[in-house]
Write a protein that binds this ligand. Structure first.
Ligand SMILES: Nc1ncnc2c1ncn2[C@@H]1O[C@H](COP(=O)(O)OP(=O)(O)OP(=O)(O)O)[C@@H](O)[C@H]1O
Ligand SMILES: Nc1ncnc2c1ncn2[C@@H]1O[C@H](COP(=O)(O)OP(=O)(O)OP(=O)(O)O)[C@@H](O)[C@H]1O
Ligand SMILES: [Mg+2]
Ligand SMILES: [Mg+2]
Lengths: 256, 256
């Protein structure tokens, strides 16, 4: 049965999308059967893998219309770089209002993903910033939570906030495991980044990852090139950091 | 009557809070009467000016309770560095559900700000990422819109999205002016940042600002120090960039 990994943070611009796309690619490259679910109206993950924006898959599956209910089976609507994709984009807004009208909004995605769990080894979920209905749905639907933490000013404050929210959600998703808090955009030259990295390492309850993803221009360029950084710039520090991160995540996934 | 300036972007982590706090301070330093309204549940702007998180002011003013309605007058609940503050934080979530229950949710903030317009020269509104009910309320309540644009991968896509949304909102806020799109976190060493800066400059309909705010560690450190960068590191490049930006914004505010 698939491991379902939600990538979430309340804070914006911390690297959720970069993490989702690059991990999905690396797991697929290892031979795992992978699905990338883009829950963001901005559809950045969808763009990052060279696909047209949409969000229609989720919108029609959550539609209150009864005819739609019978074919309300969530299916991938794209394929890229060796993994399946359920695309994000504008139509996700329709899914948001559909979900808010259900009797128990927070478990809608979990139900929709159930039939897909048998088909994949890993389902990676990219979420929007601010812990709204989509992020809550993702966390409630998942077996594991991965929290990117930017090593800059506001990010450590935001970490406690998402950990508190997750605590409350253990009530409806008791099997959820905190896979880790991943230090993102680490600037090895600045004292502030080193200080925040150390502060994160001291927060054991946040399951900090030892391997930061350093700030590396290839990671940002790979987004514009619409490719995983491993393909765009395989010898870059960014590509190396993601491979080291994958190793540590795999260890945790196997033992935990 | 106050100029009400909404600082908004769908994309996360582009520098909305850094812009809101540093501009509020510089305008107050010029002798203007300034109010900073923090609409974010994360309350980063509130932390940035050394205040306790709250959000209660907005929550109680939007409460459906009739007794609260009679004293539903929005007032500053803090003062820092020469300007008034209406603090953000967890309680803003209560305001969100209160607002969603009103007959016309998008004009709630505009009504609440009306009595304050006579008391201030400038009201600066910091908003959360994703264009939800709070961001829409801010844009509908404002005379001017300032859009920070990060010179990195996904940011230029997001710019068209917020400009489209703003276009639709001109219907209920016909006097709204686009004050500008501000290039943020410009990395002068990378080709990608220069390329995106040029691309932004070619988008005249986005009213691009010529003066980018460069990526500068003092700006991030100032957040942790809970001070405007002009006080924290007055001779830093970050402090200089914000002062140059203020000059250009003042020109536009006087002519436009
Ligand atoms: N390690 C890194 N080094 C350099 N640039 C990065 C790095 N990680 C991400 N970026 C770039 O920084 C920007 C923000 O990252 P990203 O979009 O992944 O964050 P996000 O958390 O998904 O944002 P949002 O909250 O808006 O969804 C993007 O342009 C991305 O390409
Ligand atoms: N020009 C800059 N140089 C360096 N760091 C910056 C700069 N501008 C902002 N920062 C830092 O980058 C991080 C993100 O900026 P900020 O919080 O202002 O963005 P935001 O758009 O308000 O984010 P959110 O979408 O989560 O509200 C913060 O830690 C901030 O201190
Ligand atoms: Mg994203
Ligand atoms: Mg902010």
């Amino acid at each position: 049965q698939a491991k379902i990994i939600a990538i979430a943070s309340e804070k914006g611009g911390v690297g959720k999308t970069a993490l989702a796309v690059n991990l999905a690619y690396l797991w697929a490259k290892e031979g795992l059967s992978v699905l990338l679910l883009d829950l963001d109206t901005q559809g950045n993950a969808t763009r990052h893998v060279g696909q047209e924006l949409s969000g229609e898959a989720l919108e029609s599956c959550t539609s209150p219309d009864h005819r739609a209910k019978n074919d309300a089976v969530l299916q991938p609507d794209a394929h890229a770089f060796g993994f399946d994709v359920i695309r994000g984009g504008r139509y996700i807004l329709g899914a948001v209002s559909n979900i808010q009208q259900k009797r128990v909004p927070s478990i809608v995605l979990r139900k929709l993903l159930r039939p897909l769990k048998a088909r994949y080894d890993v389902i990676v979920i990219d979420t929007p910033p601010t812990l709204g209905v989509l992020s809550i749905n993702a966390i409630v639907a998942s077996s594991h939570l991965l929290i990117p933490v930017q090593l800059e000013g506001a990010a450590l404050d935001g970490l406690d906030a998402i950990l508190e929210t997750t605590e409350e959600l253990l009530d409806i998703n008791p099997d959820l495991e905190l896979l880790g808090s991943v230090p993102m955009m680490h600037d090895r030259r600045t004292a502030i980044s080193k200080m925040l990295l150390q502060r994160l390492k001291d927060m054991d309850y946040a399951a900090p990852i030892d391997v930061p993803i350093g700030r590396n221009v290839s990671i940002a360029e790979a987004y514009l090139a619409e490719e995983p950084v491993e393909l765009y710039a395989p010898s870059s520090q960014g590509a190396k950091d993601f491979k080291r991160l994958l190793k540590q995540l795999n260890q945790r996934l196997l033992h935990v």
